[in-house]
Ligand binder design. Sequence first.
Ligand SMILES: *Cc1c(COP(=O)(O)O)cnc(C)c1O
Length: 378
Amino acid sequence: MYNNRIYLSLSQQSGFEQDYVQRALDSNWITSGGPNVDDFENKLQDYFDEDSFIAALNSGTSAIHLALILLGVKTNDEVICQSMTFAASANPILYQGAIPVFVDSEPETWNICPESMEIAIKDRIKKGKKPKAIIAVHLYGMPYKVDQIHAIADQYEIPVIEDSAEALGSKYRGRKCGALGTFGILSFNGNKIITTSSGGALVCNSSDLKEKGIFYATQSKDKAPHYQHSEVGYNYRMSNICAGIGLGQIKILESNIEKRRKNHFFYRDVLKKIEGVKLLESTDEIFFSNYWLNTIIVEPTKSRNKESLRLILENANIESRPLWKPMHLQPIFEKYPYYGNKVAEELFNNGLCLPSGSNLKDEDKDRIEKVIKAFFNC
Ligand SMILES: *Cc1c(COP(=O)(O)O)cnc(C)c1O
C-alpha cells in the first residue's frame, strides 16, 4: 500500500523563514516584540486596508480574549457565539467569567444563522440582558453572511468579533475577511494558511485600540520608570522569533491561497458527478473563500456514511476528519443557552474535512480521487 501519508493541512515553507529568524538571533532580539514583529505587523497592515491596525500576538485565542476585554466583557455578561466552530472561538468567553450563548448555523455557508441569531438576541434582551458581543466565524475559510449578521448587530448595537482564524485571504463582496467587524482576529497556528509556528493577530479599526491591545498583551505596564500596574495584564505578545517565521511565510500567502483554491476546484471536479455527496462551495461573487479546508457532506445510506468514507481514506493512508463538533454539544458548554435547530448537528453528523494543504501534489490528488470514486462506485 501507500507509505506516504496525505495530511489534512500541513505548513509549507518559503525558504526565507530562516533568514528572518537568524536576524533575530544575530541581534539577540529573542523576546516578545521587536523589529521582526513590527515588520510583520506592517506587512499584514499592507495586506489589509489602511484603516486596519494590527497587533501581532502569540495566538488567535489570545486575540479573541483581548477583543472581549477591549469590548468590556465582564463576569456574567452574555456573548453570542457561533456554535459550529473550534473551541478556541468560545473558550475566551469563559476566561472572562462571561456566559456564551450559542447560535446555530445556516445551511449555505455553515456559519452563524441570521434568523436564529436575532431570535437569540431578542430572547436574551427579554430575559434581562443584552449580549455584549457577537463572535461570528468564517469557518473553513467560507465567509459568513456578513451583510445580514452585521445589519442585525448594528440594529441592536452589539459589536462583532470576526473570527477570521481560518479565513486569511477570504473576501466578502471584495472586502477582506478579518477587517469587517468591530474587531477581527487571525491565527498563524501550524495548520493555518500561513504560520508563525504559533501566533495570531488582533485586527483593530483604530491605532488607539491596537495600542490598548498591546498594553494588555504586555502585562498592562503603566507609564513609570518602575513596574506599575493598575489593570490586569497578560503575556500575549508575539515573539520576535515567531514573527521572523511569519515574515518568511507572508511571502507565500498569495500563492498558498491560489493553491488552496486550486485544490478546491479539483474536488469540485471530482465530486460534481457523484450522487450523495455535497461540497461546501460558493459559486457567486459575494463569498470568496480561501478554501482553507475542503469539506463535504456525505448523505448517509444503509451501506455508507461519512465514517465509512473516513475509514476507507484512512486505510489508503489519507487523513480526513469529521467537521468541528458544535459547541452546544460539548460537555464543557452544554449547560449554556442555545438557539437554533439542528443544522450544525447534522453538518457534524454527516460532514468530513478532506486533505487541502497548499503542498498537495498531483499524485496525492490522483490517490484521493481513486479512493473517493471507488467508495461511491463510480
Ligand atoms: C485556529 C482557530 C482559532 C485559534 O487560533 P490559535 O492561534 O490556535 O489560538 C480560533 N478560531 C478558529 C475558528 C480556529 O480555527
